[in-house]
Write a protein that binds this ligand. Structure first.
Ligand SMILES: *Cc1c(COP(=O)(O)O)cnc(C)c1O
Length: 349
């Protein structure tokens, strides 16, 4: 049996149709704004998110960092949820690149609430940092691919507007959120001043994200992208993969959610592992293992051909994606069940 790789939805390889589209892409020098395929991708994403303009960037991390740079001045403060990618997984970039302070709040399954944001805004005092941005993630990755519903985002946007804060939306998996909610991506993006979406997660493109917002902010973002070293040349080859993914892979995301639901239901019958299948909103399953054993269990399951990501001392993440089939999920569950029976429940005293 080949390995069943559930570490991340970033591990997918371009499909045959995507490689074909990449091979045939019309290209030009994008630093001159002359790559027709990048220009088409930017227009497509701007339209999907109902924004004036959009900008293709190499990665989601750069997308986040460009957004923060554009929306802040050094010394400003960014309110975000404690489990957010910006706070945990960007190598301290916000301090390095933009000189901002991050203010983590403890949300509900990775999500902020409007009143909590209002309470956290700093007073207008000479000693206080200036609260400038509230940053949210839809879906909330570390919390388990948790979806923010439109009314919750709208309420946060209203608080942000009341306090002169910008709303930044990390939409690495906004496609998944829209699929799970059965709404357009634009419905989720409209309240945000700057939003970005990833092409290289569930959509299955090899690289790239797209930042969208009003033209003035996207013009500023283009300059910041160059400062951060993200100006690419004939990257229309990558944009072609993104356009292909939006047209042909996006409709498959609901299958990833079905696979995650099945995986969670199966894991729920594998004590001592625990998981609440009702908490699985999209393509990410977070499950609990006996205290302190996550690394060890991930290593042992790897030897069985099941690849997972340790997400804490007693927590493991499994992510479904287009390169893992429902059959592979069933096989993974059988292997996990056999492993648990053999290794974890036999040691009863
Ligand atoms: C993956 C991810 C990012 C970063 O994207 P990269 O392309 O890996 O740099 C940012 N935010 C969230 C929520 C993510 O899941």
């Amino acid at each position: 049996m080949p390995d069943i790789d559930l570490r991340s939805d970033t591990i997918t390889r371009p499909s045959d149709g995507m490689r074909q589209a990449m091979a045939e892409a019309e290209v030009g020098d994008d630093v001159y704004g002359e790559d027709p395929t990048i220009n088409r991708l930017q227009d497509r994403v701007a339209a999907l998110l109902d924004k004036d303009a959009a900008l293709f960037v190499p990665s989601g991390t750069m997308a986040n960092q460009i957004c923060l740079q554009v929306l802040t001045d050094p010394g400003d403060e960014v309110l975000l949820e404690r489990s957010s990618h910006v706070f945990n997984y960007e190598s301290g970039a916000a301090g390095l690149l933009s000189g901002v302070q991050l203010h983590p709040l403890d949300g509900d399954r990775g999500r902020l609430a409007a009143d909590q944001v209002a309470d956290a805004v700093r007073p207008n005092a000479v000693v206080a940092p200036r609260s400038r941005v509230v940053s949210i993630e839809n879906t909330a990755n570390k919390a388990g691919g948790v979806v923010y519903a439109p009314d919750r985002i709208q309420a946060i946007a209203e608080v942000a507007a009341d306090h002169d804060l910008f709303l930044h939306l990390d939409g690495a998996r906004l496609w998944n959120a829209a699929t799970a909610l059965g709404v357009d991506e634009a419905t989720l993006a409209t309240p945000a001043d700057l939003v970005w979406v990833a092409l290289s997660k569930g959509l299955g493109a090899p690289a790239g994200s797209v930042v969208a917002g009003p033209s003035s902010l996207i013009d500023a973002a283009r300059r910041t992208r160059k400062q951060f070293g993200g100006g690419m040349r004939q990257a229309g080859i990558l944009a072609a993969a993104g356009l292909y993914a939006i047209a042909h892979h996006r409709p498959d995301l609901s299958k990833d959610h079905d696979k995650a639901q099945r995986l969670a239901e199966g894991l729920a019958t594998c004590p001592p592992f625990t998981v609440e299948p009702d908490d699985v909103d999209t393509n990410i399953v977070i499950f609990e293992v006996p205290t302190g054993q996550a690394d060890h269990i991930v290593d042992e399951l790897q030897a069985e051909g099941i690849l997972l990501t340790p997400f804490g001392p007693s927590t493991i993440r499994a992510t479904t994606h287009r390169d893992v089939s429902m059959t592979a999920i069933e096989e993974a569950l059988q292997a996990i069940k056999a492993y648990v029976d053999r290794r974890l429940t036999s040691a009863t005293p």
